[in-house]
Design a protein around this ligand. Structure first.
Ligand SMILES: Cc1ncc(COP(=O)(O)O)c(C=O)c1O
Length: 400
C-alpha cells in the first residue's frame, strides 16, 4: 500500500531544499560577492506570522530596526530606515532625493559601480563629473580634492567597497575636502565588515544592502540622511521625481506619523531586526576584526596556491571580498560551475572589463570564518587541478 513520506522521516541528505539548487547534498555555501548565507536566526525570523504594516505589534519592530540601524551606521541621524528595494534602489534613492535636474555630481569611477551611478545620474538629468582612475587602484584624495575645489559639484558620490575590483576607497579623509559639497557613500559591501562611521566621517547620505556583510536575506537596503542632506531636500524647488523613493513621504511612515506609504516588506524587516540585534550584540569591532583576520588568512592560502589577488597593495584591498586573477588558459566559468555543482560552493566571475579575468570570492558576515576558507580552498585546489591548473595545495598546506 502507498504510504506518503513524512518529512521528519526523510534524512537531511534527501530533503529537496539544497538539491533543488545544486547537485551537492551540502547546504549551499555562498562565497561570492553576496548574498552571503544568512544567520539561522535570520531565516527563522522570516517565517514568523506576517502582520499589517500599521499593526500595533509591528510598530515596536520598526522602532527597534531604526535604533539598531543607527548603531550599525554609527549615526544619530533621525532619518535612518530600510527601503523596500535592494542596494540598486538605494543608489537611485540617494540621487533622486538629494539632487535636482541640472545639478552636478562628482563620481569616483574606477569600477563597475562608478559606471552604474553615472548611468543613473544621466537618466535623472544630472550632470556627472567623472573622477576616473584605473580599475583596481584607489584614487588619491588629492585628485578628488582638486576636482571638488575647481568644479564645486553639489555632491560627491563614492563607492566605499568596489566589489567589481576588490578595492576599498577610503572615506574618512573626504570630510576635509568636501566643503559645501554633499557626500554620498555606497557601503553595500562594507557595512558590518569594515568600519563605517557616518557621523564622524560626515557622510550626508549613506546606504547599504541587507545581504552582504550583515548576512540578512536579500531584498532590503538601508539608508541614512544627515540633517544637512534633509535641509537641502526640504528646500528643493522641484518635486522628487520618484514617489516610491521620496524620503519625505517615506519618513512619514518610518517617523512618528506612521502614515501609509507602501506595504512594507514585513517578513524581511523581522529578519533585518533579528540580524541587526545579533550584530550589535556581537559588536561591530568584533565583526570588523573577524573579516580582517579571515581576509588575511585567505591571502596566505591563495599564496600557497600561487594565485594572485588583482589588487597588489594589501592596504587597498576590500577585506570581505577578494578579486583573484584567473590563471592563463583556465576557463573561469567552468571552474565556477564545477564548484557549485560538485561542492555546493558559489563564487562569481568578473564584471565589465574584468569579465573572464577574475573570480570574486567573498567571506562575508556569517561566512567570515577560517573554517569556511579551509572548506573553500580544499575544494578550489581540487577543482583547479581538474581544470589544468596543477597544484599541490593540500600537501603544501600540510608542510607549514
Ligand atoms: C558596491 C555595490 N553597490 C551596489 C550594489 C547593488 O546592490 P543590489 O544588487 O543589492 O541591488 C552592489 C551589488 O553587488 C554593490 O556591490
Amino acid at each position: 500500500m502507498f504510504r506518503p513520506i513524512r518529512l521528519q522521516h526523510v534524512s537531511i541528505k534527501h530533503r529537496p531544499l539544497v538539491s533543488t539548487f545544486c547537485t551537492s547534498n551540502r547546504r549551499p555555501l555562498l562565497f561570492g560577492p553576496g548574498p552571503a548565507n544568512p544567520y539561522p536566526r535570520t531565516l527563522l525570523a522570516m517565517s514568523r506570522d506576517t502582520l499589517g504594516h500599521l499593526h500595533p505589534s509591528f510598530i515596536p519592530v520598526m522602532n527597534s530596526v531604526k535604533k539598531e540601524l543607527q548603531r550599525v551606521f554609527q549615526t544619530s541621524n533621525k532619518v535612518t530606515f530600510p527601503l523596500s528595494a535592494t542596494g540598486s534602489g538605494a543608489m537611485e534613492a540617494s540621487l533622486v532625493n538629494l539632487l535636482e535636474p541640472g545639478e552636478s555630481v562628482a563620481i569616483v569611477c574606477h569600477g563597475y559601480w562608478g559606471d552604474r551611478i553615472t548611468n543613473m545620474a544621466l537618466r535623472q538629468n544630472l550632470k556627472p563629473i567623472r573622477i576616473e582612475g584605473p580599475w583596481g587602484k584607489v584614487i588619491p584624495v588629492d585628485k578628488i580634492a582638486k576636482i571638488i575645489k575647481q568644479q564645486k559639484p553639489h555632491a560627491l558620490f563614492v563607492v566605499h567597497g568596489e566589489s567589481s575590483t576588490g578595492i576599498c576607497q577610503p572615506l574618512h579623509e573626504l570630510k576635509d575636502i568636501c566643503g559645501d559639497t554633499l557626500l554620498i557613500a555606497d557601503t553595500v559591501v562594507t557595512l558590518g565588515g569594515m568600519p563605517v562611521f557616518t557621523d564622524k566621517w560626515r557622510l550626508d547620505v549613506v546606504y547599504s544592502g541587507s545581504q552582504k556583510c550583515l548576512s540578512c536575506t536579500p531584498g532590503l537596503s538601508l539608508i541614512s540622511f544627515s540633517e544637512r542632506a534633509m535641509d537641502k531636500i526640504r528646500k528643493r524647488k522641484t518635486a522628487i521625481s520618484s514617489f516610491y523613493f521620496d524620503v519625505l513621504e517615506l519618513h512619514k511612515y518610518w517617523g512618528d506619523d506612521k502614515i501609509y506609504h507602501h506595504t512594507a516588506a514585513i517578513n524581511n524587516i523581522y529578519a533585518l531586526d533579528e540580524t541587526l540585534k545579533h550584530i550589535n550584540t556581537v559588536g561591530l569591532p568584533t565583526m570588523w576584526c573577524q573579516h580582517k583576520d579571515v581576509a588575511e588568512y585567505f591571502y596566505q592560502q591563495l599564496n600557497l596556491l600561487k594565485l594572485q589577488p588583482l589588487v597588489p597593495n594589501v592596504k587597498d584591498r576590500l577585506l570581505p571580498l577578494t578579486t583573484v586573477r584567473i590563471p592563463d588558459g583556465i576557463n573561469g566559468k567552468a571552474v565556477q560551475r564545477d564548484l557549485v555543482n560538485n561542492h555546493g560552493i558559489e563564487i562569481a566571475g568578473g564584471l565589465g572589463q574584468l569579465a573572464g579575468k577574475v573570480w570574486r570570492i567573498g567571506f562575508m558576515g556569517s561566512n567570515a570564518t577560517r573554517e569556511n576558507v579551509d572548506i573553500f580552498m580544499e575544494a578550489f585546489g581540487d577543482v583547479l587541478n581538474k581544470h589544468g591548473f596543477n597544484n599541490n595545495y593540500i600537501n603544501d598546506r600540510m608542510c607549514i
